[in-house]
Design a protein around this ligand. Structure first.
Ligand SMILES: C[S@@+](CC[C@H](N)C(=O)[O-])C[C@H]1O[C@@H](n2cnc3c(N)ncnc32)[C@H](O)[C@@H]1O
Length: 409
């Protein structure tokens, strides 16, 4: 029985299922582990932005070491390593706690856990994606971190991949090396959950990011923003972008048409302005809001090319199948004529050839299905309409927000 007033975001469990990522990846221009607009290039930009912010606003937390002294962990030293001019944050004395909302198959979370030494917790509503993310983290193996300590107490570090799993330290000319070996799967954790209800303690993350977090398309997204606010520590950073959202300044009539169109606007309250209002209503302080139309345009354009290519291939296949079916029908008719007096044997042969024609038609008539559990939607129609509306609105499509949880929250 349907709930009368379901929990905010509950409907997302119906929409996102196993098979969604297979379907999405069919049309996605970026690599499978990066199911967001802009791929790795955009992830690198996010990483630089986050580091810059941490560098500028870092506040040591109670109980955390503030310098990379002899007792500092190697990973904290690693976080501080490129001290000259790269904008890396000062060490916390523990790994940075980071959450990836709507993490998909975990490409970014695993990458950041391995290369930055951060502890990254990914959350996604699709169970098969969470399983794939865990496999990815296991498959990455072990990372060795090296922290150097010089007699004058300067600190530096580097990291490299290894399959070894020991730890130790060595000394030469007064320089001390401290090695630590970490399984990436201990640093990249994945939760099967909705961003509307996250099984994570309050005030526990330094940074929450989302790369095209589709859970935010839900009109009740303010509740998801409150969840993000809850899990962030005071002063913590929230960073996301979402690329198919009507951008700033769309005329009201065009926005209404986009929403009323069953292809493009199934989600009400889907606009750049409403996202920003909801972030503020949840209690965040805005740091930066930007239009990400350029990113959306590149991504949607590349997607449109893939869809067009696929349509062309499908048309060719259909033509070939029609030709096969016609040939089968012709030979069936010929066999029926020739075997009119030959009795049951000829009848069986006709039936078999007729079946061949039907199965060819079945293969040709269906296309674009996703895996089990996910009901594929006609992407070509959606894309065409989305591009049409965004062109009318001057290409404006997508929202990028950086916000912080107030220290007093
Ligand atoms: C466009 S994909 C982006 C995936 C990932 N961020 C990446 O860059 O590869 C959107 C993701 O949102 C997830 N999602 C949708 N609604 C969600 C919700 N309410 N809670 C958690 N994840 C959700 C989907 O399962 C999907 O993995």
């Amino acid at each position: 029985m349907a709930l009368e007033s379901p929990e905010p975001g509950a409907g997302d469990y119906e929409q996102y299922k196993d098979g969604f990522h297979d379907w999405l990846a069919t049309y996605w221009p970026e690599p499978r582990e990066q199911l967001h607009a802009g791929g790795w290039r955009r992830t690198e930009q996010m990483l630089a932005d986050i580091k810059r912010h941490l560098q500028a606003h870092h506040q040591p937390h109670a109980g955390a070491a503030t310098t990379a002294g002899p007792s500092a962990t190697a990973s904290s030293a690693a976080a501080a390593a490129p001290a000259s001019g790269t904008g890396a944050p000062p060490p916390l004395g523990r790994p940075l706690e980071v959450m990836d909302i709507c993490c998909g198959e975990g490409g970014t979370a695993v990458h950041l856990a391995a290369t930055e030494g951060w502890r990254v917790t990914g959350v996604d509503i699709v169970e098969s994606a969470v399983k794939a993310a865990r496999v990815r983290a296991e498959a990455y193996g072990t990372v060795v971190r090296v922290a150097c300590q010089y007699p004058c107490s300067g600190a530096g570090s580097s990291s490299s991949r290894s399959s070894a799993a020991d730890s130790g330290s060595s000394s030469s000319s007064g320089v001390r090396l401290r090695l630590s070996y970490e399984a990436v799967s201990d640093r990249a954790l994945f939760l099967h959950a909705s961003i509307f209800k996250m099984p994570a303690p309050s005030d526990s993350f330094d940074v929450v990011y989302g790369q095209d977090p589709d859970g935010l398309a839900n009109p009740d997204r303010v509740h998801a923003f409150r969840e993000v606010l809850r899990v962030l520590r005071p002063g913590g950073l929230f960073y996301f972008w979402h690329h198919w959202v009507p951008g700033p300044g769309w005329p009201a009539e065009l926005l209404a048409a986009y929403r009323a169109d069953p292809m493009t606007g199934p989600a009400p309250r889907l606009s750049h302005e409403e996202y920003v209002q909801d972030v503020q209503a949840a209690g965040f302080q805005l740091v930066h809001v930007a239009d990400c139309s350029q990113l959306a345009a590149e991504h949607l354009g590349a997607m449109a090319e893939r869809v067009a290519r696929e349509q062309q291939q499908q048309q060719q296949q259909q033509q070939q199948q029609q030709q096969r079916a016609q040939r089968a029908a012709k030979s069936a008719a010929a066999a029926a004529g020739a075997g009119a007096g030959a009795g049951a044997r000829g009848g069986q042969s006709v039936a078999r050839e007729g079946d061949e024609g039907r199965s060819a038609a079945r293969e040709g008539g269906e296309g674009g299905e996703g895996g089990e559990g996910w009901t594929a939607m006609p992407i070509s129609g959606w894309l065409e309409r989305a591009l049409h509306y965004s062109a009318q609105a001057g290409g404006s499509m997508g929202v990028h927000v950086v916000a912080v949880k107030p220290l007093s929250a």
